[in-house]
Design a protein around this ligand. Sequence first.
Ligand code: SAM
Length: 393
Amino acid sequence: MSSDYHKDLARWMPLLVKVWRSRGAKNQKRPRYEEDEDDGTLTPHEQKQVAQGVRTLSLGLTRDRQLAGAKYMDDPALLGAYLLFYWPVSYAQARQALGELPRPREVLDLGSGPGPMSFAALDAGAAAVTSADRSKAALDLAKALATEATEPIATREWSPERPLPDGQFDLVLMGHVINELFHDGKEVTPAVLDKRAALLEGVLAKVKPRGSLLILEPALRDTSRALLQLRDRMVTRGYAVRAPCLFRGNCPALVKESDWCHAERDWRMPPTVEAIARLAGIHKESLKMSYLALAPKGEAWAEPPEGRLFRIVSEPLEGKGRLRFMGCGPEGRVGLAMQEKHQTEANKVFFKLPRGAVVKLDLTEPRGDGLALDDRSTVQVIAWPGQPLPPKS
Ligand SMILES: C[S@@+](CC[C@H](N)C(=O)[O-])C[C@H]1O[C@@H](n2cnc3c(N)ncnc32)[C@H](O)[C@@H]1O
């Protein structure tokens, strides 16, 4: 489901540019010319204008974090920069993560901004989406996009102090919003985590049986670790994780301060996004994100297929003549290593594993703090990144 989203994203780019131009006309420093086609590309002047806003957003959201929790969506220049740069990134991240979950019908997108996750859900087969945010300007933009694309979305002003929209949903999305909630500009304290966990309990009460709450967060160390701490709180309260975790205990990536867990996926950046990234000095060659899908109260963890399973949770760690990954599976977080000389037909896929793949290993040896594979070992990929885990047969 996730592999074909590039074509869908390519269709969105001209609509994003068109809506941005129609909204921003009064802020532009030069008149529109006939040759400014709404074909998804920007003029060099427009690229510079957007890149400036992207630099401000990047600094404020991912580096000094001064904008986290601030009303940046109500600044037209920053909202425009979000629309043309972060919207396509969030859309692609959502399509990747949605590939691991069943197709939803009714969707609620909390902290939707101008709706990248909402439209990703619609393109992944959802029938109806409610986009909710505290920024009226961002919701107006989502509406304008829906009109351009003739897609059905409803919008609702929402913030955590206000009641959640009516109804029950197959999927609730929270894209890059949790790290902005109850934020006091300092460290994420246990009190902040408690408030976030209480909010999630309320949100999960809106999820239909067999549905999910899907959370995406930036892949930064601090925001990812805060998400893992929130995961542990929700697991302690009895909620099952649908993805990405196979381990049911406390997250082992939290043991060492320097560790965290995030996803990283290949993608083809739309040329307009690439041009803005270059000007803003931002690297987005791969999609990085942290994500967590939770089941509603009372639902058990899915039984994984038989065998010794691990999700690959690191990049390849190359040593002399040997390759190592960190894997995380029902038995915890474990180093997995194999020397190149042990490569066979039955295990060669090990040398090409992407982060996020789930593998089944056979005939391994305990070695140090992990497992060693050799020429008797077999390696089978049972889910590629962005694919659901097959059920236990
Ligand atoms: C980084 S943007 C994410 C937008 C979109 N979900 C995405 O994934 O690209 C965070 C959004 O959260 C919203 N937000 C932040 N604090 C909020 C609050 N207290 N109540 C409601 N929305 C909030 C902002 O208005 C913004 O639209």
